[in-house]
Design a protein around this ligand. Sequence first.
Ligand SMILES: Nc1ncnc2c1ncn2[C@@H]1O[C@H](COP(=O)(O)OP(=O)(O)OP(=O)(O)O)[C@@H](O)[C@H]1O
Length: 931
Amino acid sequence: MGERELGLGGAEDDFHDRFAAELEVLAELEGSAAGSPRRERWAAAGRAGLTPEDAEAGGGRPGSRGGAGRRRLAAPSPGDAALPPTPRVKRPRLQVVRELNFRLEEPEEPEEPQGPDSPAGDITPPPSPEVPPELWPEGTLDAAADGSLLWAPGAAQNPVLRRPPVLEDYISVTSTAGSRAFLVLRADPVGTGVQTPFRDTWWRGQGQLDLLGVCFASLKEQVDSERRQQLLQEAYQLSDTLRSLRSEEVEEEVQLLGAPKEELVNSPDGSQHCLWVDEFAPQYYTELLSDDFTNRCLLKWLKLWDPVVFGRERPARKPRPSMDLARGGKEATISSKWKSHEQVLEDMLEADLDPSRRPRQKVALLCGPPGLGKTTLAHVIARHAGYSVVEMNASDDRSPEAFRTCIEAATQMESVLGAGGKPNCLVIDEIDGAPVAAINVLLNILDRKGPQDAESGGPGVPTSGGRRHRADGGLLMRPIICICNDQFMPSLRQLRQQAFLLHFPPILSSRLTQRLQEISLRQGMQADPGALAALCEKTDNDIRACINTLQFLHGRGRRELSVRAVQTTRVGLKDQRKGLFSVWQEIFQLPRAQRQRWAQDPSSAPHVLLLGDGHLDPGPRAAEAPLTTAAQRLHRILHVAASAGEHEKVVQGLFDNFLRLRLRDSSLGTVCTALDWLAFDDLLTCTAHHGQSFQLLRYLPFLPAAFHLLFASSHMPRIAYPSSQQEAQSRTSRTQNLIHTLVAGIAPAIRSRAAPQALVLDALCLILDILAPKLRPVSTQLYSTREKQQLASLVGTMLAYSLTYRQERLPDGQYIYRLEPNVEEVCRFPELPARKPLTYQAKQLIAHEIEMEKMRRAEALARVGDGPQVDRGPPGATAPLGGAGEKEAQPPTSHSQEEQWLEQRLERILKKAALEDQELWPPRQTWLSGA
Ligand SMILES: Nc1ncnc2c1ncn2[C@@H]1O[C@H](COP(=O)(O)OP(=O)(O)OP(=O)(O)O)[C@@H](O)[C@H]1O
């Protein structure tokens, strides 16, 4: 400070001379020039970083810290405002500067009430208590100084100034050359020369308070990293424990088996090179696990190709003892009415070959769940029948071109003689994954007709497969076996109709268990039948899954298979989604294990769970066991229904089939409960979709579960694909169309009172009765007046409703007259006979009279339009039955006269219409010449 004073004292006069202009401005400012509006505007603008005009308009940023003090300073006093801007007595610079102190300290006190000039909306929070007032950034001040005369530009950043700063204390320094500089003094409350981090924190937060001092994000990060580390540690600990447990287990097993440790460690590695499913894949027909009937059917179908492929004649058929006779009397009558799938298949196999001596079904379609050995069956059977198998995967070769090339290469080209000179048999796997276009290619190939087909003449005896194939030019001469999981894929619809369809039934678990035992024995693995049966049940008798599980466990060093090991192992199934028929079957059939229990305890009928609580109460011992099993079944069906996906179709199948089951409940209580469930399902679906309450959809699988508990039995139900819904829909739309046609044709006067619903419910049935009066089967000439009137009124009524009779030819060649539009369909049950049927002649007569009446009306209309020029018809013609508007017309006396008269009328009407046309549309030449 001493230096400063020294400096100041020494050069005061010089200073005044050099900076006279600036000091004058300062003095002006000091002399309450705050009264000057311009000055105030500058100050406000400086505070908010606005232009003076902006400041004038909006008052700058309300509540900024520097603002309050500055505003107070700038408040004009009436006296000052009147003062002229005269030069003042020069005062020492420091004094000026001190008086120009803009009371920066004042805003530091947040409690201080705001001045009257403070904006009402000032909601700026007080500064953070952690930030000392001395460290408030000069940003606001600097901003205020920017462009203003009051501040030395860059004072905040550059402490060495050429002019003395206005607001801060400073030290002036004079160089030896006599030039002066001013050094700004800054307070340093934290430490000498140490830059405080708070300044940065303040600005980084862009006005945020950062009460914690550390950014929240970094705190979160810190917590996250700590948690991660903790998890990692836990994982390490777990893996250590597991490793130690496993090594203990292996050691135990080694001790049990007495095998040397090295051998155990090596054997899994060695076996990994070859999958057991491949190693133990069946090579011969006898090794197949699938159902014998299916195997035999496929083999028989392949044998049907022998005449064209191998040139062998088909062996003469032996008369088969009728299966019906072998069965019981009642069952025999049923089976004569309903043919089982097996019978249908056998009939197909017994059927004659087509004219080109090929089987009627050119392609066999094997369908069933995955992993049951369908592909294996096709390969083994084809080899067994003497073919060389060519396999293609329809999911891979999806394009129609690739499909065509593959099929033709295997069945049409020279390579029909495959490896070892054997003819090819094409196996198309996963055909349900092929697109419709590709399947159409296959269908086209199947549909190709040979010369024999075209002629339908006697069969030509082929000499050899190759020559015959060339002669037929593209005719399919080799068998094709298609394999799919889901036969109901829409793309397969047409193929299914043409194919020899073979459902692949589930493999018997006893056969599979036996095979698994063989395999495990050969691999040196001890597996008791119980454990293997559990494995089969768990995998739904999926051969692949069973063998893979065994290999997996073997690979992990297990030499003994226990039920617990099977239960605890997570077996990877290929595809758990079931087809619709399997879903329906599971719903209507008891699971196998359950069947035994069911037989033992018939009192625990599952429907009691749904029909009433009373049955569940008898006592814990009676209720507990069935409840547990029922709960298991419930969960299983819930799972099956939920994973099936097509809920609507599943429910339709249940609806169409549940009444065909053998119901044991004679009071039909189960049926009523089932109907209630169906109604509930409808309600649920409607509510979910109308109100978009999709959370309700989770309750939909409960309907199949309820049906299972109500109807499941040990019998294999005969399930039909549901069609009632579609039929009902098409019937509804047909009926609606009929009603619309009828209403549209009704005369306007009647139509106003014939709303479609009222018409259907109230009028149509009675109208049909009215339209069927008793008419004598004689000529109308012989009718009495009353009968004539009756006929006339009938014709009038039918015309009013735009009804008539049309002649139709039935497929058997018979002619009938049918009402048009056929509203009888709307209001009469098809099975019931018509109440008052009209004879063919009566309908013919009515139709004729309706046509006549129409013509008469048309002519009457034309006459009304033309007035007297219109020809009034033949002199003898009169209205036959007193039709409306035909008083003056003379009816023809005989039938031939009547026809003649009608023809003349028609001719005249047509001529008149032609004339009118000409008048309206003159010939083209006239137009052109006129133009
Ligand atoms: N009798 C059997 N003995 C041993 N393994 C068999 C037997 N039958 C089939 N396998 C094996 O089971 C596996 C599955 O058979 P396959 O591929 O024929 O089933 P799939 O029904 O065609 O299944 P996907 O529909 O998944 O193709 C094959 O690896 C096969 O080797």
